[in-house]
Ligand binder design. Sequence first.
Ligand code: TYD
Length: 208
Amino acid sequence: MFITFEGPDGSGKTTQIHLLARWLREKNYQVVVTREPGGTEIGDQIRRVLHDPRNSAMDYRAEILLYSASRAQHVAQRIRPDMEAGKIVISDRYADSTLAYQGYGRGLDLEILRLITAFATGGLGPDLTLYLDITPEEGLQRRRLGGDEWNRLDAEALDFHHRVRMGYLALVDQEPERWAVIDAARPVEDVQAAIRKVAQARLTWDRA
Ligand code: TYD
């Protein structure tokens, strides 16, 4: 089973993923947690290039290909082998981030992005995607207060982040059976409870 988490910056994905992983492990599932960009040694090197605020001159095409290069390595070296070993793989971001940020956010051609993504992943898509929904204002505010790493995309204008959010909601509409939308503006425990409910239902269904 391959589960991905998506959501605007500051939606609390990382905390929620760790809580979910712990709960699944208590239920005796083998779980691996990973992230994009990154997830492998090569991917982490690519991540540093992508996140470096000095790289503000990065061309949009180069940006897409770097995220996609990290993803290709991630699928080949971690996601596929771990899935084949019977583990539940949980990734903090995956291909939907490219569609939301580079597609809807930057306004780049979605069909081309889908082709590049299919090439990078060999067609591997998640079984379940949890979208942690929060307004960009609240998300950015949380990141500032939380003192998190401030990356190149956090510095984008607020309307960029609004387009990203609208993009996610459009993606949910296109494939509602794969996605679950979680209201992430609530307290951590409430968000986690909603996530567990969805995951539980999916795992039960998967076993049947
Ligand atoms: P990260 O530090 O992992 O933050 P977050 O907690 O928001 O996940 O930063 C990842 C950033 O990269 C985030 O701003 C979204 C962006 N991104 C893309 O634009 N396209 C992609 O394909 C991926 C995977 C991430």
